[in-house]
Design a protein around this ligand. Structure first.
Ligand code: ADP
Length: 358
């Protein structure tokens, strides 16, 4: 059963504190939407509103065409996986996976075994069905938790920081696993809460960026990375150099220098912020030259990260490993192509994000 998710102006408050502020967001059937933002920005609250564990103060939640705002969690047809595996320690893997099916009483007893086997197969845990959770690694426990969520054949899968309890190496393996699962279950809509931009960029069809209870931006990973609409998005999705510029009749200027960059959507006479990604900055002569002094240089294997002081602004440049890297205090020239920079309105949050609808 495939169904999208729609938040229609969903507001959640605890003791009068608004922690989710009129969220409007649509997850299309089969889409993976990441909710990305710092801790406390309201991501989990949004997820729990879909699951039915928190009740909105106002607004509606839809699954497909169905308004589920008043529906109890177990009647929403949702699979959910949280950070802490939350398996029952006294139950074997197969019983943990069967639990949701038995509790819902929607599947005939004779069918349960098959469903459990299928879910364990899908998550690569078929060989572990007789074990108890304590006999499994963290990654394996999380696979069981995913199997349990999938066993009910949900139309919607909610994942709340599912990888954050795992170490870095396991995390990247599980990330690939989740991508594979989604390819195998293309009709399942996934809402994926994370504060990790790599997870969001890797898995999501679109990313909803949250900050301080509000949706700040929403778009494909490519849109948000290449053309962020707010300073917050620019610095939260990837690294960014953010420079204050003035947009005048004669063009854009940064500390008296002319800068060549598209000015679409930015009013003349306005203060704006120029955003350039560190890996799109080159060393030496080129368009949009900036002269500065090397503050710090870090060798990172494949790249050198240069911190360059330009008129008191500290710019980051990620350069392919340099044969003859400059030293601290050296004068250098940086440049960037006009099409590699984006102008953002300074310190303004747009009212209508990049399309909360695709
Ligand atoms: P995130 O998932 O982005 O880290 P949350 O949605 O968990 O953020 O929390 C948003 C805000 O709501 C936080 O300030 C948090 O302290 C508060 N909050 C979450 N759950 C409760 C609760 N049950 N009671 C009171 N405040 C809560």
């Amino acid at each position: 059963m495939s169904s999208g998710i729609r938040f229609d102006s969903v507001t959640v408050a605890y003791d009068g504190n608004v922690v989710l502020d009129a969220l409007d967001l649509t997850v299309e059937p089969g889409e993976v939407m990441a909710l990305l933002g710092p801790s406390g920005s309201g991501k989990t609250t949004a997820l729990r509103a879909v699951a039915g564990f928190v009740r909105p103060a106002s607004g509606r939640v839809y699954l497909g065409e169905r308004d589920v705002t008043e529906l109890p969690p177990h009647r929403r047809g949702i699979g959910m996986v949280v950070q802490q595996y939350a398996l029952f320690p006294h139950m074997r893997v197969e019983d943990n996976v069967a639990f949701g099916l038995k509790a819902r009483k929607v599947v005939a007893k004779s069918e349960i075994r098959g469903r459990v086997a299928e879910a364990l197969e899908m998550t690569g845990m078929a060989a572990y069905s007789r074990r108890h959770p304590r006999e499994l690694s963290g990654g394996q426990q999380q696979r069981v938790a995913i199997a349990r969520a999938l066993a009910i054949r949900p139309g919607v899968l909610l994942l709340d920081e599912p990888l954050s309890a795992l170490d870095a190496r396991l995390r990247s393996g599980m990330l690939a696993e989740l991508a594979r699962l989604h390819r195998e279950l293309p009709e399942v809509s996934i809402l994926y809460v994370t504060h990790d931009q790599v997870e969001a960029l890797t898995l999501a069809d679109r990313i909803a960026v949250m900050d301080r209870a509000r949706l700040q931006d929403c778009g494909t990973p490519h849109q948000l990375y290449r053309a962020p609409r707010t300073e917050f998005t620019a610095s939260f999705v990837g690294n960014a150099n953010l420079l204050p510029v003035t947009v005048g009749e004669g063009g854009v200027s940064f500390g008296g220098r002319e800068v060549e960059v598209g000015t679409e959507g930015i009013a003349r006479g306005a203060q704006a912020t120029l955003c350039v990604r560190p890996h799109l900055i080159g060393l030496g002569d080129g368009p949009n030259q900036l002269a500065g002094t090397v503050d710090e240089i870090q060798w990172r294997g494949a790249t050198h990260r240069l911190y360059v002081d330009v008129d008191g602004h500290r710019l980051m440049a990620d350069l392919r490993e340099l044969k003859a890297p400059p030293a601290h205090g050296d004068a250098v020239t940086l440049h960037f192509a006009p099409e590699d920079a984006t102008l953002l309105p300074a310190g303004v949050t747009p009212e209508a994000p990049h399309g909360s609808h695709p």
